[in-house]
Design a protein around this ligand. Structure first.
Ligand code: ADP
Ligand code: MG
Length: 580
């Protein structure tokens, strides 16, 4: 166990050091305040010894300077901890906030992992609790340990000056108690890891339960769901009790050691007093010093669990940071530059999939074309859009972009600056309609927002009592699905981009609204945009230049299908040409 433990602690310390760059000065100040406090408490012991010795001496004269020192020590012992606590909170908050910002950014920019990714509940639990564990170790426990070590050394030296044998006796009992108390460190780590996993599972479970509460109540499943929650709680409780038993055992062992130390000191002083070799003042000092030696040891032993918690927390946080990031290295493609997407012999299968979603698929989405992608559910329409967005990469074949200036290359995340994507389903976030729209274009004016809403046939927003400030609740609540869909399309249109990818944008619309939306949309985006619409709807097909049946991967390209492989800017001579 010892070897692994030391390696774990070494790794943890290296990690804590690198993470603490922004808060080191504050933590040093916390340590200093702690050390000064220790100095004040030792000085206090010295002053009480002097006062007691003078009080029982024949002259009964208590020096005023000793009383003054006593008062000063008390004042310092009030002030320093207050200051220390304030600095500690500041350091902790800065540390944990910086870490959470970094984790959020990493989560947002890591590569899309489909089914294999962390559940949001788990990710939130890691960001919240594991980051807090590391922050408190780094900003409170470790700076505290320095003060504790100073206290231990100071009290020991002081005691040794007064009575070396007693000092040795007291210090000898401690390590014994500590060793007994820490035989279960390895087991504690395993239980701690399990507890954190169970807490994550509970967070995930709660999040899902609340998100689907209506569904649960229609399935008449709320009771069953609550029972399952109870089962998860029971498992967690059992593990928490296991860990508590170990720590109660450790603490009892340490406390027994203390009792022994204190008793030895007390009896030693009492016999010394009787034999006339120990003064009253010394006895007062002994008893105070013994507790000053013992308290830090107890403190240190209590802090061992926080190292174990932190080493588990580091593993869990590394689980987030180990997720590979997307490559956003800029490409020389200007915003809004007309762009085509060419697939040549593309084969793709999800990492955990049983079959190829796409096999030797070829198609050219020419600049200026409006392609309807059709096919039964599960045939790979959304997957095609994911390939276009660079969320996933082909296993074989080539998926490339090309521009009129002869630029070309594989489809990559960095191309998204030139892409507009409206996902399937409801993708509005909590906040007003305006806030939703501004997500795509933070600097857009109200006129631009109105324009986009009009193009997406979502003018209805403007006639609502609160207009653009109408509140949108969790999961797009407050709007019908068709309304939410059109607001999401307006949001997409506010972003720059010559590639427009719409995943079943009209699935919740009636035919008239659908027709209106498509007419306005196609007029709004101009003749050079490349549009890909995933759809099941007849009306959409009529408005498109190309129809791609993904099931058979049969591309019924327009009359200029010879352009496959070439670059025909604006050459959208399709079956239907509503854009000309
Ligand atoms: P469509 O949009 O045409 O309904 P999808 O592209 O969403 O279909 O899915 C195509 C196939 O890929 C389906 O069989 C589906 O089960 C599978 N699939 C979709 N998403 C994932 C994923 N994240 N991981 C593994 N398989 C997936
Ligand atoms: Mg789909």
């Amino acid at each position: 166990m010892a070897h692994g433990e030391i390696r774990n602690i070494g790794r943890l310390i290296a990690r804590l050091w690198s993470e603490s760059a922004g808060t080191r000065a504050l933590s040093l100040a916390v340590s200093l305040a702690g050390c000064l406090n220790v100095g004040a408490s030792l000085l206090f012991v010295w002053a009480t010894k002097r006062i007691v010795d003078h009080a029982v001496a024949p002259g009964h004269h208590i020096p005023g300077s000793c009383v003054a020192v006593l008062a000063l020590c008390l004042a310092l012992q009030l002030l320093l901890p207050a200051m220390r606590r304030r600095l500690e909170t500041l350091a902790y908050t800065r540390y944990v906030n910086a870490m959470r910002r970094r984790l959020l950014r990493h989560l947002l920019e890591s590569r899309w992992s489909g089914r294999g990714g962390l559940h949001h509940g788990d990710a939130i639990s890691r960001m919240r609790d594991d980051a807090a564990t590391l922050a408190s170790l780094s900003c409170s426990t470790i700076p505290g340990i320095l003060a504790v070590a100073v206290q231990l050394a100071g009290a020991f030296v002081f005691l040794a000056c007064l009575e070396p044998k007693l000092a040795l006796a007291v210090v000898f009992i401690m390590p014994l108690a500590l060793i007994v108390s820490k035989i279960y460190v390895g087991r504690t780590r395993r239980i701690t890891r399990r507890i954190r996993e169970e807490e994550s599972a509970i967070q995930t479970f709660l999040q899902e339960s609340l998100a689907h509460r209506t569904l649960l109540s229609t399935l008449m499943g709320t009771g069953r769901r609550t029972d399952s929650y109870g089962t998860l709680q029971d498992t967690l409780t059992a593990d928490i009790m296991r860990r508590t038993d170990i720590s109660v055992f450790s603490n009892t062992a340490v406390t027994a050691g203390f009792m022994a130390g204190y008793t030895v000191t007390f009896l030693w002083s009492a016999y010394g007093l009787a034999a006339g070799v120990v003064s009253f003042g010394m006895m007062t000092a002994f008893l105070q010093l013994v507790s000053q030696v013992q308290r830090p040891v107890l403190d240190l032993s209590r802090r061992i669990p926080s190292f174990i918690n932190a080493s588990v927390a580091v593993e869990r946080i590394d689980g987030i940071l180990a997720q590979p990031l997307e490559d956003f290295t800029p490409l020389p493609v200007p915003d809004n530059a007309p762009m085509g997407l060419r697939f040549t012999g593309v084969t793709y299968r999800y990492a955990d999939g049983e079959r190829d979603v796409m096999a030797s698929f070829s198609h050219d989405f020419r600049p200026g074309s409006v392609t309807a992608v059709v096919g039964p559910t599960g045939s790979g329409k959304t997957t095609l859009l994911r390939l276009m967005l660079g969320l996933v990469e082909p296993d074989a074949g080539k998926a490339e972009y090309y521009t009129a200036d002869g630029l070309s290359g594989p489809l990559r995340a960095a191309l998204r600056h030139n892409m507009v994507y409206v996902p399937q389903g409801n993708s509005l976030v909590c906040g007003t309609v305006r806030e939703n729209l501004l997500m795509a274009a933070p600097d857009a004016t109200d006129a631009m927002l109105r324009d986009a809403l009009h193009a997406a046939a979502a003018d209805f927003v403007l006639s609502l009592p609160d207009g653009l400030d109408t509140q949108c609740f969790e999961g797009g609540g407050g709007f019908s699905e068709g309304q939410a869909q059109r607001i999401a399309i307006a949001r997409g249109l506010l972003k720059k981009g010559a590639i427009i990818l719409l995943d079943e944008p009209t699935s919740a619309l009636d035919p008239d609204t659908e027709r209106l939306l498509l007419d306005r949309l196609i007029r709004h985006i101009g003749p050079h945009a490349t549009v890909v619409i995933v759809t099941h709807r007849r009306a959409v097909l009529d408005a498109c230049t190309d129809i791609l049946d993904i099931a058979g991967a049969k591309a019924k390209q327009g009359r200029d299908s010879s352009s496959l492989g070439g670059c025909s800017l604006g050459g959208s001579v399709g079956l239907h040409t509503p854009r000309e």
